[in-house]
Design a protein around this ligand. Sequence first.
Ligand SMILES: NC(=O)c1ccc[n+]([C@@H]2O[C@H](COP(=O)([O-])OP(=O)(O)OC[C@H]3O[C@@H](n4cnc5c(N)ncnc54)[C@H](OP(=O)(O)O)[C@@H]3O)[C@@H](O)[C@H]2O)c1
Length: 323
Amino acid sequence: MKAIMQDRYGSPEALEFRDVSTPVPGDDEVLVRVHAAAVNALDWHVMRGDPYLARPMMGLRRPRAKIRGRDFAGRVESVGRNVKRFKAGDEVFGEADGAFAEYVAAPESVVEHKPARLTFEQAAAIPVAGNTALMGLRDLGQVQPGHRVLINGASGGVGTFAVQIAKAFGADVTGVCSTKNVEQTRSLGADRVIDYTRDDFTSGAARYDVIFDLVGNHSLTELRRVLAPGGKVVLSGGGIYRGGSVVGPMALMVTGMVLARFARWVDVLQVVPRADNLTTLGELAEAGKLTPVIDRTYPLSEAATAIHYLETEHARAKVVLTV
Ligand SMILES: NC(=O)c1ccc[n+]([C@@H]2O[C@H](COP(=O)([O-])OP(=O)(O)OC[C@H]3O[C@@H](n4cnc5c(N)ncnc54)[C@H](OP(=O)(O)O)[C@@H]3O)[C@@H](O)[C@H]2O)c1
């Protein structure tokens, strides 16, 4: 099969579109013929081995996972003997290493049936970004109806899901993005949109019950200033603003983690793939409360260009590969 392979860390040129053996599913795995795969910030972090501090997890000298990509949607080709929920021909979506390929073998536990309402491209856009938004708002932010929720980075891959999920939870949502994305953020359901090129939300008069930070361009002191009593800051990442290629977003995240041991007003999101969250996201999509927004699509062979576009950190929503 064809796949996007990587033998060394580096720029998009380190990625090669080449032939590799088709994976054989293990007893608990599903082999999926991939029709679409989505690009995430994770893909460019692993491609570059950036930040260095994360290399013990990604692979010290070269990426541990040779085939890039995590998000996929496609049709089940075959299943391992312990797999109960899927059979050949089922339309599915999920999250596993090696998604930028014609076939991916994924544990049954991180695969779900594709919502019938969505295309393969839309379904592939969900797993990592949708799960991040869901876990950030539901599990850490504990968003309730009527909560004032601010999403910093509302127009990105995670942000476009977060705006819709916060609205589905009954929150009053403020999205922060640049001028060109104001209309998109409003059309996703945000009650208010702050254009960060004109206004700085951390010096405004409004207070928020939950601040979901996907950018990392403000200090914790600045964020706390606009937190309502009993409110919470949920940190999720942000790449280019702090720390450079040595610590990257981990500078703010580690500070947040240390503080979270003593303070209830801050928490740091560490997302893990979960099929039950895919089920929840699929149900929201079927109910029409969640529609993935796709900025650009590229053929699989142009994955390097797609990843390079995403690493500018100004993509509008999701970037998807068609396979
Ligand atoms: N903690 C975890 O487990 C976890 C999981 C997944 C993702 N993440 C992290 O979450 C972050 C967001 O991911 P993503 O997929 O949404 O990234 P993304 O798609 O690259 O987000 C780009 C968006 O950020 C916006 N942005 C850039 N500068 C901004 C600023 N100063 N203020 C407000 N918005 C700004 C851009 O909007 P404009 O073009 O309008 O500026 C763009 O729409 C990443 O850093 C990622 O690494 C963490």
